[in-house]
Write a protein that binds this ligand. Structure first.
Ligand SMILES: [Zn+2]
Length: 372
């Protein structure tokens, strides 16, 4: 039988360049109307009994080539467990071997979270008591922007993620957050929902998710550069969420992302916004310190450079929300590699750990909710 490669499914992305015996040369497709690419997700069929070498030959031209050294491809034979597989990056080519003992195998940049999985998450969450589901708007492709309201407290907490659709760990985090916020037996949840009202947007970029994009929507627009001036033509996904935030106000905002290069979890804040004060920033730093003390899966040493005074980019949601509402606002970045301070040699950073980190962040918020 001839080996076949296929990515024509929800969230798939790969192109075959050549199949030469057991060597399979591939390339990642660019986001539509954009130059960004790095996300891949595909399956191989009819490989059983063979040892194949996969080579992504355009890895060196991807959006973040410095993310490949130290990275390991995720592989699955059941679409449930996604284990790291030994991976090399040499001369701009990402390469790995696969000895197939199953007829089908699946490979991806990170454990996928497809639109089918999103629809299942939304449906089972909406069925929980105390949860209000709303469609805030629709994407350029006409998909719903789903949001949940949970809780009765005066503090308005917004959790939103997956502006960058290739960062699939973000929706695993959202699944963890929604499971915790709908756990009627949990005393921390009960205390939080008494003091806060949560607004949760688990996927801000359904079009990019379904299309297998790394970073943009159906028009090739990076949604996390639209928050100063979102428009119905370019970024209706941001426009509808920002309008809903304007209606509620925001005390706390968490924008959930993944980072290609840094092998650790970290948060980025809003230094450099026009209304920055030490008091405003102190809440952000306190959250990071408390979270690092609470879980070995968080740290505060590695992270992004801070913006200098007055130089924050207000097109990015964390800065815009901190400036617009005076909120405790943060960007969480989770790794595609592993959280090196607490590594897992089999799975690396994983869906389960992304969900657990959401729990830890809600527990930390519960400790601070009276002061935000
Ligand atoms: Zn991102």
């Amino acid at each position: 039988m001839t080996i076949s490669i296929n990515a024509a499914f929800d969230g798939g992305n790969i192109r075959v360049v050549a199949i030469d015996g057991d060597r399979i040369d591939l390339e990642i497709a660019r986001d539509h109307l954009s130059d960004f690419f790095q996300w891949f997700s595909f399956r191989v069929a009819a490989a059983a009994g063979r040892t194949l070498t996969f080579r992504i030959v355009n890895a060196g031209q991807s959006a973040y080539p410095f993310g490949w050294p130290g990275y390991k491809v995720r592989a699955s034979t059941d679409r449930v467990a996604w284990r790291m597989t030994e991976t090399r990056y040499l001369d701009g080519v990402l390469e790995w071997n696969w000895t197939a003992d199953t007829q089908l195998a699946w490979f991806a940049y990170f454990a996928p979270y497809t639109m089918e999985m999103h629809d299942a998450l939304v449906t089972r969450t909406a069925a929980q008591p105390g949860v209000t589901h709303r469609e805030l708007g629709v994407s350029l492709d006409g998909q719903a922007i789903d949001a949940f309201t949970i809780g009765t407290g005066v503090k308005q907490v917004w959790l939103y993620g997956r502006q960058h659709p290739g960062e699939s760990m973000t929706e695993w985090w959202m699944e963890g957050a929604l499971e915790r916020l709908t756990d009627a037996t949990d005393p921390i949840t009960a205390a939080l929902l008494d003091k806060a009202t949560f607004h949760v947007v688990p996927n801000m970029n359904p079009d990019g998710t379904r299309r297998g994009h790394l970073r943009t929507n159906a028009a090739g627009v990076n949604l996390n550069r639209e928050w100063h001036a979102p428009s119905a033509e370019r970024s209706p996904e941001v426009l509808c969420v920002r309008n809903a935030m304007d209606a509620t106000g925001v005390h706390v905002a968490m924008d959930i992302h993944g980072d290609e290069a840094i092998p650790a979890n970290f948060i980025a804040g809003y230094e450099g916004i026009p209304s920055w004060t030490e008091d405003h920033g102190a809440k952000f730093y306190e959250f990071g310190r408390r979270l690092a003390a609470h879980t070995p899966d968080f740290q505060t040493e590695k992270g992004y450079e801070k913006s200098s005074a007055g130089n924050a980019n207000l097109s990015m949601s964390t800065n815009q929300v901190a400036e617009r509402f005076g909120a405790l606002s943060m960007t969480l970045e989770m790794p595609f590699k592993d959280h090196d301070p607490n590594p897992d040699p089999e799975f690396g950073w994983s869906p389960e750990r992304s969900k657990q980190l959401a729990h830890a962040m809600l527990e930390t918020l519960a400790d601070m909710i009276d002061r935000v």
